[in-house]
Design a protein. Structure first.
Length: 127
């Protein structure tokens, strides 16, 4: 049991580091890494989970989605653009792998559909 907890803490720290980088770098998505950190910290340590959910990084990027309220239009667009750019690179590099291109195209379409229709759009919070 102790090894499992250590692995979740390590995975949470990696997710947090990549999510923090993604919050400032335009081509690295923050959302999936922060979601990984939230999941990992929740599975490993109540104290780490409480700390993470109190950070500005969590509140700005995940809180409304986790609570089921949705995402702001800006967040949804940022995620869709980032994934589109990254998947386009993979699509171009797979010019000799038509099955790979088809899979990437299907995943991309599902991703766009999910964020456009499946995730509720909420108003930007006033600061």
């Amino acid at each position: 049991m102790k090894v499992k907890k250590i692995l979740f803490v390590a995975l949470g720290c990696i997710g947090l580091a990549l999510g923090a980088l993604g919050a400032v770098l335009p081509l690295l998505p923050a959302f999936p890494f922060l979601l990984l950190a939230a999941y990992s910290f929740a599975r490993s340590s109540e104290r780490l989970h409480r700390w993470f959910t109190s950070t500005k990084l969590y509140k700005d990027n995940l809180e409304s989605y986790i609570q089921g309220r949705g995402m702001t239009r800006r967040t949804k667009i940022r995620i869709m653009v980032t994934v589109t750019v990254l998947m386009s690179v993979g699509f171009i590099l797979m010019h000799q792998v038509p099955v790979g291109r088809a899979v990437l195209a299907a995943v991309w379409l599902f991703h766009i559909f999910y964020f456009a229709r499946g995730v509720k759009t909420i108003e930007e919070p006033t600061k």
